[in-house]
Design a protein around this ligand. Structure first.
Ligand code: MLT
Length: 406
């Protein structure tokens, strides 16, 4: 658990006629310690930012000795169990003056949405409780598409929304959007070579990524989808425009660019591939991380930085090297922009250093019917760094294009 232990003082008003804490006061004290730990760590608005609320479903307290006014208690937090929608925590209260264990609590929380419905733990929340990102192969469905088999999260009913992750990431980048964009059939695949999808030795091009995704849509019986792509996912989305235009009902371009790699960028791709081969994908993660995640996220959400590091480090080397080759050799999508005739939303993190707002503005300006939304406090991985804000702008856009997407 990444939350620090907290010291709290017992006040007289919290104690009963016999001068010690009763059960209700203990519950409040444990709760105070949890919120204090959250405020000192990722922030008291942590759950709100991720679009969930932790509702206590069961609380039990075991008393060992009385606590009196003036006692200073050190209260820690331990995750016991982390499920799909629930978390079980234990807290211990130890008197600092003599080290006596006074009480312990066990609490079961269920993450709920605004309507009180249980929702899956967003990755950042799972990360807070010490669980890695959810590229849990078992969670995803597998789709045998002939040449490769892809893993994908498929959730909900309604018109289709295809969410394409960036490099060298996986489908869990979109965990919040997959969990919360109700009214849409959310399809978040791992591209070939990444996440839990097959890792072929060869065959990594923008065309093969785009064709894989069209085969996935075929497999799901989806003719048209709104296609959202982040960064490299945006390059794949452009390739879908090129090769499979009739399959797109709308486009969401997140933290991406339209132009191709110049000679310097191409050489840098080859250097990075050499690092991956010689030192492994963790070394690649260390190189990329400082510019992938925005300044504010680095300061306020260190657990998220860790989550992204792990996501990158677990990328298979062959898939990562293949993606670098595919990006290096991709065509310029700039001439394509003026021909895009589906409703388009361009989203960018205000602190994105790799594909900054100026670039997003130029893309939005070149596409005939595009809107631009800038997400404050987020860098290159806006859907993960500011999930609620990104989901909100996507939801507004999706509502506006729903009719044309069905
Ligand atoms: C990504 O996030 O997908 C990468 O930054 C794309 C790139 O390296 O061009």
């Amino acid at each position: 658990m990444r939350l620090p232990p907290i010291e709290v003082t017992v006040y007289p008003y919290e104690c009963d006629a016999y001068g010690h804490l009763n059960e209700a006061a203990w519950l409040l004290l444990f709760e105070r310690a949890r919120w204090e730990a959250l405020s000192r760590g990722p922030g008291a608005d942590f759950f709100g930012r991720h679009g969930v609320w932790p509702a206590v479903r069961r609380a039990t307290i075991e008393f060992h000795a009385a606590a009196y006014p003036g006692d200073v208690l050190a209260i820690d937090l331990h995750p016991e169990d982390v499920g799909r929608t629930s978390v079980t925590l234990t807290q211990h209260a130890v008197r600092t003056s003599d080290g006596a264990l006074l009480a312990e609590a066990q609490l079961v929380f269920v993450m709920i949405d605004g309507e009180g419905r249980p929702v899956p733990l967003p990755d950042a929340v799972a990360g807070l409780f010490g669980v890695r990102g959810t590229a849990r192969p078992g969670d995803a469905r597998r789709f045998d598409l002939g040449e490769v088999s892809l893993a994908a999260d498929v959730r909900g009913e309604g018109p289709a929304l295809l969410l394409i992750h960036g490099f060298p990431l996986d489908r869990t980048l979109w965990a919040h959007q997959v969990a919360t964009l109700a009214g849409w059939r959310r399809i978040a695949p791992d591209l070939r070579g990444l996440g839990a999808s097959d890792v072929p030795a060869q065959g990594y091009t923008m065309a093969s990524y785009a064709d894989d995704l069209v085969r996935l849509l075929d497999n799901l019986g989806v003719h048209r989808a709104v296609v959202a792509g982040l960064s490299m996912g945006g390059y794949v989305a452009f390739e879908m425009v090129r090769r499979h235009r009739e399959r797109l009902a709308g486009l969401i371009l997140v933290d991406t660019r339209a132009d191709a790699d110049g000679p310097e960028a191409r050489a840098a791709r080859d250097d990075l591939a050499a690092v991956a081969r010689s030192d492994g994908t963790r070394a690649v993660a260390e190189r990329l991380l400082p510019r992938l995640v925005g300044r504010s996220t680095q300061q306020a959400q260190p657990h998220l930085v860790e989550q992204v590091r792990e996501m990158m480090a677990r990328a298979p080397t062959a898939g990562l090297v293949g993606a670098l080759r595919a990006m290096r050799d991709r065509s310029d999508a700039t001439p394509l922009l003026a021909t895009i005739d589906v409703p388009t939303l361009v989203v960018v993190g205000q602190e994105d250093e790799l594909t900054p707002p100026s670039m997003a503005r130029a893309i939005a300006g070149a596409i005939p019917s595009a809107a631009l939304r800038i997400i404050p406090g987020a860098g290159h991985l806006a859907p993960l760094e500011a999930p609620t804000a990104v989901t909100r702008v996507c939801a507004e856009f999706l509502e506006a294009v729903r009719e044309g997407a069905t």
